[in-house]
Ligand binder design. Structure first.
Ligand SMILES: [Zn+2]
Length: 139
């Protein structure tokens, strides 16, 4: 017996726009209003949105943002590294100088954005406690 109703919003609560919520999260803003800051430190999600008061502490991003970050950064860095090697065959010190630094910079740039997108997606799907109450404002 399927219990697909778990991840669907209740009829009275209404739908939340997933793409908009994900993009707001990717921009490190509240998935509900798009104005308040999502993080109060580098990767610490604020308990409530400072603008609209939406409860954000319900998120359960866990290991998803690092997984997405590794996937995205890997798909950027590895092809570039292979292309450089095949096209120019530079000495090994060139690879050592470029790729670890680029990987670190890209990872630090993508990680909070992908965590924000994950939180936005969870909010849109009303996962965990995000669907406990009906929306009080237009989205
Ligand atoms: Zn907000």
């Amino acid at each position: 017996m399927s219990d697909a109703r778990i991840y669907e919003p209740s009829a009275e609560a209404g739908q939340r726009p997933a793409l908009t919520s994900i993009l707001r999260g990717f921009n490190c803003h509240c998935p509900s209003c798009g104005k308040g800051k999502l993080f109060y430190r580098f990767l610490k999600v604020a308990d409530n949105c400072p603008e609209c008061g939406e409860e954000l502490h319900h998120h359960r991003a866990d290991d998803a943002p690092p997984y997405f970050t590794i996937m995205v950064v890997g798909h950027i860095v590895v092809p570039m590294m292979l292309w450089l090697e095949v096209a120019y065959m530079p000495p090994i010190w060139v690879h050592v100088a470029i790729w670890p630094l680029l990987t670190l910079v890209l990872s630090l740039w993508f990680l909070p954005r992908l965590k924000g997108a994950t939180v936005g997606w969870q909010w849109a799907l009303r996962m965990d406690g995000f669907g406990a109450k009906a929306d009080t404002q237009d989205i």
